[in-house]
Design a protein around this ligand. Structure first.
Ligand SMILES: [Zn+2]
Length: 265
């Protein structure tokens, strides 16, 4: 599933490509009803694109808003306009004068009211990629929660935008075992989790990929090989100590960790 950096990057890209232009809005698959958006015509003007965690909101004139959540299988495809005829699986096509964005396989793609949008956003924890993020609720949740830190970091109502890769890497960088009780994570490490999330996700937006290793500190512009881009996620050996990487299932998702660098207890 895409993590927060991918969603914010899409928001920036789609905003730059589509905002201010009348967009021809269609649903080749037929599962999105664009008529309330376009009225009697077939186009509407996009005002802005907002990202909160893994959620996107396309705000059109008169405040009409389309909510998109990619889920596990959703994907965007960008092509020059005029586009080729769409595949039958395209849920939503936004055709601008220069760029066309196709969306396939999302978990959610629907018009939402202002109230529905607020309800969706209010359910989310602070998003490290948003300038207006207040980490206070994240800190206080961890302070009183008995759930494992590895579960808390994936809970979008606790912190929004982190997925399996960033979870594995942040916990590794801080030498925290995923099963440590959230309330037992020292305060300074809780602060560091937030700082690392902010730094790593922002870098992810710029790079368009997840790099948590030396690339995090090295000068930009140098291509980091995939095998060296993470410490433990989907690796056989830990990039730090070269010991075997462990994995187990936690709430139906696989956690990757180094038992040597991240001892339990
Ligand atoms: Zn290690």
């Amino acid at each position: 599933m895409p993590e927060g950096h991918t969603i914010h990057r899409a928001a920036l890209d789609h905003e730059a490509a589509l905002v201010g232009h009348p967009l021809r809005i269609t649903s080749p698959q037929g599962r999105f009803d664009a008529s309330p958006l376009v009225g009697a015509g077939d186009s509407a003007t996009l005002r802005r694109v907002e990202a909160y965690g893994k959620h996107l909101f396309y705000v059109f004139e008169r405040g009409r808003t389309v909510h998109v959540h990619l889920g596990l299988f959703g994907k965007f495809r960008r092509s020059p306009s005029p586009p080729k005829p769409p595949a039958a699986t395209v849920r939503l096509r936004l055709e601008g004068p220069k760029i066309t964005i196709d969306l396939r396989g999302p978990t959610a793609c629907a018009l939402v009211t202002r109230t529905q949008k607020s309800a969706l956003v209010d359910r989310l924890g602070p998003d490290p990629l948003r300038e207006d993020a207040d980490p206070g609720p994240f800190f206080s949740y961890l302070e009183r929660s008995k759930v494992p830190i590895g579960v808390a970091l994936m809970d979008q109502s606790v912190i929004a935008g982190i997925g399996n890769v960033y979870r594995a890497e942040i916990l590794h960088l801080l030498r925290l075992h995923p099963l440590v009780c959230s309330c037992e994570v020292p305060k300074d490490k809780v602060q560091e989790i937030w700082s690392l999330a902010c730094g790593l996700l922002r870098k992810g937006v710029v790079d368009g990929r997840i790099i948590t290793t030396r690339g995090f500190f090295a000068a930009r512009g140098k291509r980091i090989p995939r095998a060296e881009s993470v410490h433990v996620y989907r690796r056989h050996t830990c990039l730090t100590c070269e010991g075997p990487v462990g994995r187990f299932t936690l709430r139906a998702r696989t956690v990757h960790l180094c038992p040597h660098c991240q001892p339990y207890g």
